[in-house]
Write a protein that binds this ligand. Structure first.
Ligand SMILES: O=C(O)CCC(=O)c1ccccc1C(=O)O
Ligand SMILES: [Mg+2]
Length: 349
């Protein structure tokens, strides 16, 4: 199997502040595998969130062994993909699915997820991460655009202010729109308790990772009844470990960060068995990676669970040309593997 690696850098619509780091452009890697048919995948570690750097991902991609990848496609055991970095595993699995679908003429979703899509449309959650002053306008805009789920970023100000903002947004969104909250581990235990008290009368779906000390999440739920979702915590967990986190209402699964498609499917399956919602979510991938996430969300969500794919709208350009229409409340489930415009890329191997 022929292995080629490319690098991209895409401008953002505005600088992105992530856990203290400011991103001015989104950089990532694309993998092209060719063996009878062609398949593309994306490895774009996210600074501040991914355990690996883009340099480490590039080194691993460049060193991929085409013969071992051909074995992976045949289902050879032990898994030839074991030991790959999370973003690299995501790239390889998506590219192999493209090769498999191209060779057999089967659907990309089926090749990627081992089953057909359970829905024809995937609902998407809108992402609001603007300043507090602009949040109301944004909330109105996404409601009018037709989003039925909205995620609001919190943290970076006193919890009382965050709680007041949530109250305003709940009012702005009105009924029929579900709200997710995400302070990205900004609060200590007492702050989270205070937040829970302030928003006790408000309806929202869940708060992702409220606590700096994630080990106390279960205790927080017992004491406050706050509905919580796991996100960053998944980095330290195996799917089987979810058994010990039954207090969680949902798990937010980002295949770029947590280690690819098959692991995401295992997390999703285990979560559902335990009665938790499994939310497939993006990490500012290009249209190529995001398209694969639509397929994955279509295979896992039954058309019912909104996927967190609105990071795509923060990119000011794409590796796919023409740009796919991914920034909308419902996305048709992808049946064909995406392929980029090679002119927009820089070959590294
Ligand atoms: O989940 C979503 O709706 C969008 C994705 C998102 O918020 C996100 C994207 C990259 C890194 C971290 C996060 C997060 O959930 O904290
Ligand atoms: Mg989160």
């Amino acid at each position: 199997m022929k292995v080629e690696v490319y690098r991209y850098a895409l401008p953002l619509t505005a600088p992105l502040v992530l856990k203290g780091e400011t991103l001015r452009q989104r950089e990532g890697l694309l993998l092209r595998l060719t063996d009878g048919a062609e398949g593309w995948g994306e490895a774009a570690p996210l600074p501040g969130f991914s355990p690996e750097t883009i340099t480490q991902a590039e080194e691993q991609l460049v060193a991929l062994d085409g013969a071992a990848l051909a074995d992976a496609l045949l289902g050879v055991k032990p898994d030839p993909l074991a030991g790959l970095l999370p973003s690299v595993r995501f790239a390889v699995e998506v590219a192999l699915a493209g090769v498999a679908a191209g060779r057999s003429g089967s659907s990309f979703t089926e090749a990627l997820c081992g089953g057909s899509a359970s829905a024809t449309e995937v609902p998407v959650s809108a992402l609001i991460s603007t300043s507090a002053a602009e949040t109301s306008r944004e909330a109105r805009r996404v409601r009018e655009t037709g989003y039925r789920t909205v995620k609001l970023k919190l943290g970076g100000c006193p919890v009382e202010r965050d709680a007041a903002l949530v109250r305003k947004v709940v009012r702005e969104l009105g009924t029929g729109v579900r709200l997710r909250l995400d302070p990205n581990r900004a609060w200590d235990f007492d702050e989270a308790l205070r937040f829970a008290e302030f928003v006790r009368d408000l309806a929202f779906e869940y708060v992702e990772e409220p606590l700096r000390d994630a080990a106390r999440l279960g205790e927080l739920v017992r004491k406050s009844d706050l509905p919580v979702a796991l996100d960053e915590s998944l980095l330290d967990l195996e799917p089987e470990d979810l058994e010990d986190h039954r207090y969680a209402k949902a798990v937010v699964i980002k295949p770029t960060i947590t280690g690819g498609v098959s692991r995401a499917l295992r997390f999703a399956r285990t979560a559902r068995r335990l009665g938790m919602e499994a939310v497939i979510s993006a990490a500012y991938e290009s249209g190529l990676g995001t398209t694969a996430l639509v397929a994955l969300a279509g295979a896992t969500g039954g058309g019912r669970v909104a996927a967190g794919l609105d990071t795509y709208s923060r990119l000011a350009s794409d590796v796919l040309a023409p740009r796919p229409d991914l920034a909308r409340p419902e996305m048709p489930v992808v049946l064909r593997a995406p392929a980029p415009d090679v002119e927009l890329l820089r070959r590294v191997a």
